[in-house]
Ligand binder design. Structure first.
Ligand SMILES: [Zn+2]
Length: 573
């Protein structure tokens, strides 16, 4: 058989968790057609994988790329970390369904919750859809380097059906019937399921709860019942972790949904030191085990490191809202640096910090940490020096240098304008993260990629897993870790023909150096439509990424191949 492409001499880690082996891989028409010793000649192209690992492309089930997919054909920053498939529209946030007159409002909501700049959306999106099936068809037409699956999002759906009532009122019987019908229509068009949120950090531009948080559980029941009727669709929901008590009653009510309708349910399993009497991850994973034992289907979504608010001179600093800081921070960067070097200005800036809002135990998401900050806890604010999770805190640096923490941050930023500071918000401790990752019903998946573009950076979760947890800590074998971000996620999201290196499977593949794969440090770039800024993070050690048989990235650069497709739920796939 003449192959379109042969990958020669690689070490295959096939996604099953089984031991690696050496083999060539033959690809034709986007699929893996042969694994073994493939005779030279005949193939249109070959890729030398000598010394490299060849694994299935990584799958990330929790992203917010709904807006970005309209202007970024690459799928950054996930695409730079070996990711070949993502699921977007998580937590109820979506751009469909949406009436033409509500577009601006939707955009502002996404901006408020997920920090996707409205100017980028205005400049980058050609709104050609109203319904979910129309949005899916639009994504299908767009050039894409990677694959995208999508949910129908509750906040969008509620706004679409109820208009402004969605933000304050209980749904009527008729509203619920219309929502249930739209969800069935979405599943028939290829939606992977339905997403929602009850998280207290999810608020509108007016600081009110987003539409999905207004919904009563009866409304959720009606919608999940409609999915059960079709025997299709995953239910993803952002939990309420504002306090331990809220969190636990949320989980109890969610269990009823799981046992009554038997649809797969996913939510973030998160450890946090924030909030009031936080519920530990052990409680959450035990809860999942109990629910599954009682007959439900449930997965916990985990990440591979802390979820952080990220600060830098080029983006946000915790002090930006202070009157003494605001005018300076509005100046061009060069001018800011000049003034930050002036002793009198510095004294004033340091002094202003003492008037910041004191710390309390109100749960703070990444957005609030950058736009409505409390006085930083400098012992939980790290000056990023590398990607090995061993950075010094600003407090440690201040003590070592005999300086005020604010001065330390000013000096580090003057020495390197790309200096980044991270404030862990959840999953602060590596031990907690490891406990979550080791549990048999959790998924390594929670990047939030496409959202919080200048406030958080989770897109590197896969390369972090392989560099930190596999190589540095030895907590997983490479085979186990690859399985977590390929086959395990393909099974959870019911992605047929992906997540393994197998004959007949789609040729979504990553070629990387086992000893060299790692995330680079994040930087702030102005590369969004309209010039808006975001955090960008790339990776080292990835030689090539293939999507549906096409080489989409080589040595970190896009090749211009846009072979990505829309991943559809089980009614259509
Ligand atoms: Zn989310």
């Amino acid at each position: 058989m003449a192959h379109d492409l042969v990958i020669r001499g690689g070490t295959v880690v096939d996604g099953s968790g089984k031991k690696r082996f050496s083999a060539d891989i033959g690809i034709k028409d986007g699929k893996i057609v042969e694994i073994g010793r493939i005779a030279a000649g005949g193939a249109k192209r070959s890729l030398d994988a000598d010394g490299l690992i060849v694994s299935p492309g990584f799958i990330d089930g929790h992203t917010h790329m709904d807006a970005q997919v309209a202007w970024d054909p690459l799928g950054s920053c996930s695409c730079w970390h070996g990711v070949t498939s993502v699921v977007m529209s998580n937590c109820g946030f979506a751009l469909a369904p949406c009436k033409p007159e509500d577009r601006d409002w939707y955009a502002r909501c996404l901006s408020a919750v997920e920090d996707i700049p409205t100017e980028a959306m205005a400049a980058g999106i050609d709104w050609t859809w109203e319904t979910f099936p129309e949005y899916l068809a639009t994504v299908e037409r767009l050039p894409k380097a990677i694959n995208y699956g999508m949910y129908i999002g509750h906040s969008a759906l509620r706004m679409y059906v109820m208009g402004k009532r969605a933000l304050s009122e209980k749904a009527t019987d008729d509203d619920m019937a219309r929502m249930a019908l739209a969800v069935q229509e979405a599943l028939k068009a290829g939606a992977m399921g339905f997403s929602s949120s009850r998280a207290s950090t999810h608020v509108t531009p007016e600081d009110k709860p987003v539409a999905s948080r207004i919904a009563e559980w009866e409304e959720i029941d009606r919608i999940i019942a409609a999915m059960a009727e079709l025997d299709a669709g995953i239910f993803q929901i952002g939990p309420d972790i504002a306090s331990g008590a809220h969190h636990r009653s949320f989980l109890e009510r969610l269990r009823k949904v799981a046992l009554e309708y038997k649809r797969p349910i996913m939510f973030g399993v998160l450890a946090t030191k924030q909030g009031d009497d936080p519920t530990g991850w052990e409680y959450q994973t035990r809860y999942i085990d109990e629910t599954v034992a009682a007959g439900g289907r449930m997965f916990g979504q985990g990440t591979t490191r802390s979820i952080n608010a990220i600060f830098s001179l080029k983006s946000y600093l915790p002090f930006d809202v202070l009157p003494a800081w605001r005018p300076l921070r509005a100046l061009p960067l060069a001018e800011q640096k000049k003034r930050l070097a002036d002793p009198a200005v510095r004294r004033e800036l340091v002094e202003a910090e003492s008037r910041m809002k004191p710390r309390d135990n109100v749960f703070q998401g990444g957005g609030a940490a950058t736009t409505d900050p409390r006085k930083p806890d400098y012992s939980n604010l790290f000056a990023l020096k590398g990607v090995d999770w061993d950075d010094p805190t600003v407090d440690q640096l201040a003590k070592a240098r005999g300086q005020h923490p604010v001065e330390v941050m000013i000096d580090l930023s003057l020495a390197d304008e790309n200096q980044v500071y991270v404030q862990p918000l959840v999953n602060e401790s590596p031990d907690d993260v490891l406990g979550i990752l080791k549990h048999q019903r959790t998924l390594a998946t929670f990047s939030d990629s496409g959202a919080h573009v200048c406030q958080e950076m989770g897109s590197s979760l896969q390369t972090h897993l392989l560099s930190y947890w596999v190589r540095k800590r030895g907590a997983f074998t490479l085979e186990q870790a690859v399985k977590k971000i390929t086959h395990d996620n393909a099974v959870a999201w019911e992605l047929k023909g992906r997540g393994l290196v197998r004959e007949g499977y789609q040729a979504d593949l990553v070629l990387f150096e086992e000893s060299g794969i790692r995330p680079q440090l994040p930087t702030v770039e102005h590369d969004l439509p309209g010039g808006a800024r975001r955090l960008v993070q790339k990776a080292d050690g990835i030689k090539a990424t293939l999507v549906n048989g096409a080489i989409a990235f080589e040595d970190g650069d896009a090749t211009g191949a846009f072979a990505g497709t829309v991943l559809k739920g089980r009614l259509v796939s």
